[in-house]
Design a protein around this ligand. Structure first.
Ligand SMILES: [Zn+2]
Length: 474
């Protein structure tokens, strides 16, 4: 088992039990860091109380200035975080950057008409050929219109929980944010800028490995109205090589993603396409997943005919197709997705919030050695958890379920990087240095990197971690 190979970290054997609280396993510098973190947390709790700020249940937008002004946030920004294992391709880059970058294109337009089956209000589109249709305004013109225009657009591109009313469907609003930028990111020149920015934001935040739930959609420019998936892959590989010039440890993997609203026939086709691409690009494509709101779309079990075909396809193509399924991201008492996960193929679970209600399945997750990808800010912003102290991850960690910290769709929540998620998790859960280290190490150990790549990545992480701990000790 690979997990037992990598118990060495910072030159010492660390405990594999997340809640084993043996400080003798930490170095003197780490024990000192632990005290510092604890003090910073207590200071922040006192300050929040003075300011009458609820740090556990405020919306991210309300809490953000408090986070950014804290020494704890600065410390987490410099902390090596290993990998981010749960990110979606439509919600990666900082939206403020996105608006500024889009505004540089003369052919970028914003839709200001009524929502219809093609376009929704605030949608950004590049028209590579010919004039823009009716009800589109040049983005440059729109932004010059008045000084609040950029702020209004930012609101349309981001989801702010405190702006949502009870009668609004959070997922409908959430998905509008993806639609508003989808056609812009599909424009190849912007596509390259978008991923370069997203990777750089993560590298700057000390994230060395990135895994994206990647939906292969349209890619176009003036020369070609619809490039094949190979072009997107070639562009992404080129960008990774560019980042590696200065950050040799940077790695990227794509988990081919389709949608839970498609029927089994359509998803079977997508699975075959995933096999084709993984066979061709095994260094980049590492698995398969289905995304979309669990409450309104097909269940995991509905796709049993698809899962049942994996074995034969693996034989046919001579490769494996691990699953990284979203499951249990729901408030419904009748959601059975976790019980339907085909654990013979599944490696990690996206969110798994409902797992705490099913002790037997939690045990199955542990037996199958699946990791649960936890995204604290996303879970709160989408209204699955109102007070982060009650986040199910605390129960999972207490039961020894492997977890890692993720940001899911930071661009849609108006931020970038992973430090904010570590900040809220550290403040709301009973984490200490040993537990932070475990979460961070998990993000490489349970990644879809090859065994060789994991060794290299863990060596880099270990060095970066020691450097970080030493710098905090001075
Ligand atoms: Zn997700």
């Amino acid at each position: 088992m690979v997990k037992s190979t990598f118990v060495f970290f910072t030159g010492l054997i660390i405990s594999l039990s997340v809640y084993a609280n043996d400080s003798t396993l930490l170095t003197a510098q780490e024990i000192s860091l632990d005290k510092k973190l604890s003090n910073l947390k207590n200071e922040l709790l006192a300050k929040a109380s003075q300011n009458k700020l609820s740090i556990y249940s405020s919306s991210f937008t309300q809490l953000r200035p408090f986070i950014e002004s804290s020494e704890l946030y600065k410390l987490f920004q410099s902390m090596p975080k290993g990998g981010v294992l749960h990110l979606h391709n439509g919600g990666m880059a900082n939206p403020k950057w996105l608006i500024n970058a889009a505004a540089k294109y003369n052919n970028c337009y914003i839709y200001i008409g009524k929502d219809n089956s093609n376009y929704i209000y605030g949608q950004l589109v590049v028209f590579a050929k010919g004039p823009a249709p009716k009800d589109f305004l040049s983005l440059q013109q729109y932004l010059k219109f008045d000084k609040n225009a950029a702020g209004s657009l930012l609101k349309l591109l981001t989801l702010n929980r405190s702006d949502l009313t009870d009668y609004m469907d959070t997922w409908v609003e959430f998905e509008k944010r993806f639609k508003r930028v989808g056609m812009l990111v599909a424009y190849r020149p912007f596509f390259k800028e978008y991923y370069r920015e997203a990777f750089n934001e993560l590298v700057k935040d000390q994230v060395q490995h990135v895994e994206i739930r990647y939906g292969f959609g349209k890619l176009f420019d003036e020369k070609n109205g619809n490039y094949p998936a190979d072009t997107a892959i070639a562009d992404l590989k080129q960008l990774v090589a560019e980042i590696q010039n200065t950050q040799p440890a940077f790695t990227l993997k794509l988990i081919y993603s389709s949608f839970k609203f498609l029927d089994t026939t359509a998803v079977s086709e997508k699975l075959k396409a995933a096999f084709e691409l993984k066979k061709k690009y095994p260094e980049l494509i590492t698995g398969f997943d289905l995304v979309a709101d669990e409450a309104t779309n097909h269940t995991v079990g509905y796709y049993n005919p698809v899962w049942n075909s994996i074995g034969a396809l693996e034989k046919q193509y001579g490769i494996t197709m691990p699953l990284y399924l979203h499951a249990g991201e729901s408030s419904s008492t009748s959601n059975t997705n976790l019980a339907e996960v085909p654990f013979q193929y599944n490696k990690r679970i996206g969110h798994g919030l409902n797992l705490v209600y099913f002790p037997d399945i939690m045990q199955r997750v542990k037996t199958a050695d699946n990791l649960v990808e936890v995204s604290p800010i996303s879970n709160q912003e989408l209204n699955y958890v109102s007070d982060l102290r009650n986040h199910p991850a605390r129960v999972l960690l207490a039961n020894g379920v492997a977890c890692s910290i993720n940001s899911d769709d930071p661009g849609v929540y108006g931020y970038d990087g992973l430090s904010y998620d570590f900040w809220v998790a550290f403040m709301a859960w009973d984490l200490d240095v040993a537990r932070l280290k475990k979460l961070i190490t998990n993000s490489i150990v349970y990644s879809s990197l090859s065994e060789e790549e994991k060794k290299t990545a863990l060596t880099h992480l270990s060095k970066a971690w020691n450097k970080f701990v030493d710098s905090e000790y001075l």
